[in-house]
Design a protein around this ligand. Structure first.
Ligand SMILES: NC(=O)c1ccc[n+]([C@@H]2O[C@H](COP(=O)([O-])OP(=O)(O)OC[C@H]3O[C@@H](n4cnc5c(N)ncnc54)[C@H](OP(=O)(O)O)[C@@H]3O)[C@@H](O)[C@H]2O)c1
Length: 242
């Protein structure tokens, strides 16, 4: 619940690594409270132990629609209400499309696109009841332009961007905002470390990004300064999409 001090409660999926972890740490550092979701209980417990009661850990595989419904009830019972949802859980499987295994196709589409929809659907009634809410979805520059061996990932991310715009339009009159953040390459566990130097050379800014450079944007979107922004896709890519 938003407090008199302006502290907010934010649900972050994929909180145990990379961008999600940086978002949680940034928001907690600014006095907000985070409900963090991921599949690994061990990693969640380790993160929660660093942040005492500021990070509430809940195990949830966002591909599981029934578990998503259940976890939203659990977290509402714990925290009362929620100000914002950051749909960040994701994974990337590089593969030529004709070789793409069923499991890798499903994992990407279910986690990225369906997981985002399940989580948003489950929290919308709360946002509607309070006539206020923010959904921040992690898209990708790969959802905006074609990338070889990333066709399913890119299609799922393009779907996330369209879903975000639809939510923004459908709920604008209820003061519920939705924004897509589209990062370029960010140094996380998403891909092999060997690729970072190679990709960095091709970025106009000659480096890949850091998770904190996405986390700062989430903090801004949560602030009153962003209150008139909705439906936008914000690119954070060192100029790679230019
Ligand atoms: N890094 C980049 O270059 C980049 C670029 C553009 C967009 N993005 C997007 O940014 C988001 C975060 O990526 P990242 O780079 O920070 O990746 P990461 O370091 O690999 O972290 C992924 C997080 O998602 C969680 N996760 C994966 N599958 C899940 C599921 N089914 N249910 C719940 N949690 C799940 C993981 O925890 P568990 O394994 O414990 O579940 C982990 O906490 C993703 O949506 C990604 O597509 C990243």
């Amino acid at each position: 619940m938003t407090t008199d001090s302006g502290a907010k409660t934010v649900v972050v999926t994929g909180v145990t690594s990379g961008i999600g972890k940086a978002v949680a740490e940034r928001l907690i550092g600014k006095g907000h409270r985070v409900v963090g979701l991921a599949r690994s209980k061990d990693k969640l417990d380790a993160l929660a132990s660093e942040h005492a009661d500021k990070l509430i850990p809940l195990v949830c595989d966002v591909r599981d629609a029934a578990r998503v419904k259940e976890v939203v009830q659990e977290l509402l019972a714990k925290v009362g209400t929620v100000d914002a949802l950051v749909n960040n859980a994701g994974l990337l499987k590089f593969s030529a499309t004709h070789d793409l295994a069923d499991a890798d196709l499903l994992a990407q589409v279910e986690t990225i696109l369906l997981g985002t929809i399940y989580m948003t659907r489950a929290l919308l009634p709360t946002f509607i009841a309070q006539q206020r809410g923010l959904v921040v979805n992690l898209g990708s520059v790969s959802g905006q332009k074609a990338s070889p061996k990333m066709a399913a990932y890119g299609a799922a991310k393009a779907g996330v961007e369209n879903f975000t715009k639809s939510i923004a339009l459908e709920y604008a009159d209820k003061n519920i905002r939705a924004i897509t953040i589209c990062p370029g390459t960010i140094e996380t566990g998403l891909m092999d470390k060997m690729m970072f130097a190679m990709i960095g050379k091709k970025v106009p800014m000659k480096r890949i990004g850091q998770p904190k450079e996405v986390a700062g944007l989430v903090e801004f979107l949560l602030s009153d300064d962003a209150a008139y922004m909705t439906g936008s896709s914000i690119v954070v890519d060192g100029g790679v999409g230019l």
